[in-house]
Write a protein that binds this ligand. Sequence first.
Ligand SMILES: Cc1cc2nc3c(=O)[nH]c(=O)nc-3n(C[C@H](O)[C@H](O)[C@H](O)COP(=O)(O)OP(=O)(O)OC[C@H]3O[C@@H](n4cnc5c(N)ncnc54)[C@H](O)[C@@H]3O)c2cc1C
Length: 477
Amino acid sequence: MRPLSQPSGAADGLAREARRAMGDRFGGAIVGPAHADYDTARRVWNGMIDRYPALIVRCAETADVAAAVRFAVDRGLPVAVRGGGHNVAGNATCDNGLVIDLSPMKRITVDREARIARAEPGLTWREFDAAAAQAGLATTGGLVSSTGIAGFTLGGGIGWLMRRYGLTCDNLLSAELVTVDGEPVTASERTNADLFWGLRGGGGNFGIVTEFSYRLHPVTSVFGGLVLHEASRAAEVLAFFRGFVAAAPDKLTALAAFLTAPPAPFVPAELQGKPAVALVVCYAGDLAEGEQIVAPLRRFGPPRADVIGPLPYPALQQMFDASAPAGLRNYWKSGYLRALDDGALETIVAHATQAPSPLTQVHVHQMGGAVGRVAPDATAFVHRRAPFVLNIVGTWAEPAADDANLMWVRDFWSAIEPATEGVYVNFLGEEGEERVRAAYSPGVYERLVALKDRYDSGNVLRFNQNVRPSRGAAPSA
Ligand SMILES: Cc1cc2nc3c(=O)[nH]c(=O)nc-3n(C[C@H](O)[C@H](O)[C@H](O)COP(=O)(O)OP(=O)(O)OC[C@H]3O[C@@H](n4cnc5c(N)ncnc54)[C@H](O)[C@@H]3O)c2cc1C
């Protein structure tokens, strides 16, 4: 429902004012409530989010971002920043503030020799991977290729290549930002190193990133894919997964996923549409070696379906895309598991196999490897030693099913929460300050507050997993 504080006539006046203030050199588009695109532009990936910004400014280049943020600050408007718009909390949009929409900014250049990509924040992983793959290169990216690179990188970046090459933020070499004063700033190990530290896990709290520079690695094909088991065998499958990943080399990253077996040709007809457990793997190394390493996982059970083999890395990145379309209703709860011990395993199986919606998934991500070899305070992504991340991905289509699904996610979460410690900031919903703090250690959170004081003491950038400045600007508009 449109907020009462925002009559549409006044907001259209704001669009005219913005057009005047930003002048002829503004290369983007200004979308106010009367604009034909407003209703599409205010939407994000999570269909439960229904917010009405005062204005959406679609930026084509860095100068547009600077003009937009200056305009917002002059008018006292809080700013939401949109990269890929995938965040489950819906922080890429807002009520009554100004959205700086970076999705038109999609330039990418790949330096094959130096193995570096310079990428603008409107890119999705599908677009990034396609450009990098042309040079036979890649860096750690998301499990669903429509996810934006921007919010993903700033929160950390968990993906198929992480145990070999680190999180996405571990591969960040530098970032170009526009501050809330509209000024350009570079952050890298050599320039504004404290800001660079905070950008790697601290989210979009400190400025608006207009370009990321990433280290790339030689990755073309990987040995990967998934095996499927019926859900009735979930306990033994998960126990096998626990043992298998404990002995896995860093070149292997694995995930256990509770899902509904898709109506795909590789799935036996009697399993299609039924609850199932998938073990998904990516071996980023020699393909023959990968085949050997993965062989026990393909033998166990045996599985009801097996689509593991050599495949181009971008194909693995897109394997889950169909299961995560935009516009569905989503409510997630997530935390790092201290261990996948028998108690946690039983709780996960008991709840995950009872999801009320066939669209829901439950993920147990294996962590470790290169992720765990970085010191916990070397970046703002602190939970480096956690062995697994659990993500309860509640997804359904109809508003009438909200209560049943919310209740299931919450019941599951209250049963498993005692087995967790800390949370990955990019899997957080709108869960309050304590949960944001849980994404960090107390010392790291303090350092983030100091950075916030320095770069955004008025909390202009507050539609994020908000690190509040010490002089306590309001957390929401
Ligand atoms: C289907 C799905 C699959 C996912 N899979 C994974 C996964 O495999 N691994 C993983 O780690 N995460 C995953 N995520 C979580 C993902 O990392 C976050 O949703 C992330 O925020 C998405 O980035 P975005 O640019 O699309 O987000 P947006 O919603 O656009 O933005 C998210 C936050 O980042 C801020 N932000 C965005 N761009 C900028 C910028 N340029 N400068 C400053 N701040 C900015 C926004 O203000 C907002 O607070 C997944 C999410 C979904 C929905």
